[in-house]
Design a binder for this molecule. Structure first.
Ligand code: ADP
Length: 163
């Protein structure tokens, strides 16, 4: 099942939230900053042990002071012109986060709009990739509940249309 929510992903009370991290996994702005602030300094301590994360891949940590159980950190592509493997990398972020969730018996997971902030991915294309990748995964694993957390109005409208 897919849910659409407008708001702050740090409030999600299910099993796992996905962080749109940078490849150092050492924190940043946007949703990454919000997640680290809400989780507390222990999240950064655990992230320091992970040795970063390549674009399109995902790593799991505890969630500390957050109301969920896990944070899945994935690194979205920095958008340049769309011909540098950005669509494939963005798709991999969603697919690899979902695979990792399944491995940890996650039943409910929330995604932000990966790469559509500072990383500059065009929102409509990013939303299409996100929704298609999640739908494909759910057709194989229908028990999982996926929530898309849209922060800005434009993303929220785009997801409303697609869902
Ligand atoms: P990226 O570097 O992957 O572009 P950003 O954090 O800059 O990551 O932006 C990704 C998306 O997260 C943007 O659409 C932004 O509006 C959204 N966002 C920012 N803060 C939050 C939050 N607290 N909860 C959910 N989404 C958020």
């Amino acid at each position: 099942m897919i849910h659409l929510i407008q708001g702050d992903i740090t409030k999600f009370e299910g099993d796992a939230i996905v962080n749109a991290a940078n490849s150092s996994l050492l924190g940043g702005g946007g949703v990454d900053g919000a997640i680290h602030r809400a989780a507390g300094p222990e999240l950064l301590q655990e992230c320091r042990t992970l040795g970063g994360c390549p674009t399109g891949e995902a790593k799991l940590t505890g969630a500390y002071k957050l109301p969920c159980k896990y944070v899945i950190h994935t690194v979205g592509p920095i958008y340049r012109d769309g011909t540098r493997g950005e669509p494939e990398a963005l798709k991999n972020c969603y697919a690899n986060s979902l695979k990792l969730a399944l491995k940890h018996e996650v039943k409910s997971i929330a995604f932000p709009n990966i790469s559509t902030g500072v990383y500059g991915y065009p929102k409509e294309e990013a939303a299409q990739i996100a929704v298609q990748t999640v739908k494909d995964f759910l057709s194989e694993h229908p028990g999982l509940e996926v929530s898309f957390y849209c922060f800005d109005d434009e993303n929220y409208r785009l997801y409303q249309q697609l869902l």
